[in-house]
Design a protein around this ligand. Structure first.
Ligand SMILES: NC(=O)c1ccc[n+]([C@@H]2O[C@H](COP(=O)([O-])OP(=O)(O)OC[C@H]3O[C@@H](n4cnc5c(N)ncnc54)[C@H](OP(=O)(O)O)[C@@H]3O)[C@@H](O)[C@H]2O)c1
Length: 386
């Protein structure tokens, strides 16, 4: 029986993980859960899965939960330190890192330093401080298992092969909900339209990242650190159907890929039970009825965020942390209809251009760059506010 903590249990990855746990009670037990503000949803989860400890980042939400759960033998913590404390829970063997955004950096590092195995969905910390996270993981004997479907596919396609034989990693991208639109048409796209992802049902931030292709910009940086592969060997291919989740090309010309219907429970469960596979109720992949799989080069003109991701990766140091923070601010402003869809890339570009990159030697360096970029991006958003 594997004892599990979920950071971000009320989100899309969190609830998919709980779905797996509920189906396999002999294999997994929940010992800790965390969320930000959704105390009612967390209460439902804690009444069902009976963890010993939970945390809400928001103090007022935690106070509400405490008031309602006096009948339960559960410790309820609050604030970022409360979330980090759940991540360090001695009873846990595996931590599912599924907070959205840079807010996950400190708790995910806390889990690594407490020698927990980590199933990583929360890509933003890897973008902000990838080499530090990997260094900490090595120092503490921790394995980080990718949950992102593309990185899980690469991980699976690398199993049994030598890293030095790799020619390229090819990350697939669905192209998102706006792939067919011209830049002119994108100008007036409202959040409700940009949130309609054709293949995946995910949280709102990553869905907008998918629409701008910034999600792929973040993922190339994530791949660079997860697999220790230089940027020049990481490519992106648009594949509309999201059936091929990513590919690895080897130097003898062999290309190994992982395929499957788009269902996040597949990569989540692989990270939870590696190297075993969990028997899920997914329908068989019927390629004959799918018929055609389509592929395109990414379009950097219409989707400049991918290029901004490559640029930050090449510049290195604090650049990816700045890119990520500016993106978080711009996406949040777009979701509140404070700025337009095309403004997202402009806010990120202007913020990254105003930044002079420096080394990330400590987590504080990444957090300081994050703070600086949020402030700068907020100023830009304010100036653009409609
Ligand atoms: N969804 C997917 O299919 C998918 C696929 C691949 C990778 N990912 C990655 O996985 C991560 C989670 O994505 P998601 O779609 O599951 O996001 P989501 O649905 O928005 O859920 C985010 C979770 O994080 C919590 N949270 C938000 N801000 C927080 C903060 N400041 N401190 C502590 N907890 C906080 C939320 O709590 P509340 O509910 O209380 O706000 C929620 O539990 C992201 O990094 C995303 O890029 C997601």
């Amino acid at each position: 029986m594997k004892q599990i903590v979920i950071l971000g249990s009320t989100g899309s990855i969190g609830t998919n993980t709980l779905d797996i746990v509920a189906k396999f009670p002999e294999e997994f037990r929940i010992v800790g859960l965390t969320a930000a503000t959704k105390d009612e949803k967390l209460e439902e989860q804690l009444r069902m899965f009976k963890p010993q400890i939970v945390a809400l980042a928001d103090h007022a939400a935690a106070a509400r939960l405490r008031a309602r759960c006096k009948d339960l033998p559960v410790e309820i913590l609050s604030g970022l330190e409360g979330v980090a404390q759940v991540a360090r829970l001695p009873e846990a063997a595996l931590v599912i890192s599924a907070i959205v955004g840079g807010a996950g950096l400190v708790p995910t590092l806390a889990a690594i330093r407490a020698r927990k195995q980590v199933a990583l969905a929360n890509k933003e910390p890897m973008v902000m401080a990838g080499h530090l996270m990997q260094e900490e993981a090595r120092r503490h004997g921790v394995r980080i298992f990718p949950v992102d479907s593309e990185h899980s596919a690469i991980f699976q396609s690398m199993e049994g092969h030598r890293r030095e034989d790799i020619r390229r990693l090819i990350l697939t991208a669905s192209g998102g909900p706006l792939w067919e639109l011209s830049r002119e048409q994108m100008r007036d796209v409202k959040p409700a339209q940009a949130l309609q992802h054709p293949n995946w049902k995910m949280g709102s931030k990553i869905t907008i990242d998918s629409a701008t292709l910034m999600n792929k910009g973040l993922e190339i940086i994530e791949a660079r650190w997860l697999f220790d592969i230089p940027p020049s060997q990481i490519e992106v291919l648009v594949h509309r159907e999201s059936i091929i989740h990513s590919l690895v090309e080897y130097k003898d010309g062999s290309v190994i890929a992982q395929l499957g219907l788009p269902d996040m429970r597949t990569p989540i469960s692989y990270a939870m039970q590696y190297p075993a596979r969990v028997p899920l109720d997914t329908p068989p992949l019927d390629l004959a009825s799918i018929g055609t799989l389509t592929f395109y080069q990414p379009d950097h003109e219409r989707f400049p965020c991918l290029g901004l991701g490559y640029q930050a990766l090449r510049t290195g140091g604090t650049s990816p942390a700045v890119l990520n923070a500016a993106n978080e601010i711009a996406v949040a402003a777009y979701l509140q209809e404070g700025i337009g869809f095309l403004d997202i890339a402009d806010v990120i570009r202007t913020t990254t251009e105003a930044h002079t990159a420096s080394e990330v030697s400590t987590v504080e360096d990444a957090l300081e760059a994050d703070r600086w970029a949020r402030e700068k991006a907020e100023e830009l958003v304010h100036a653009l506010a409609r």
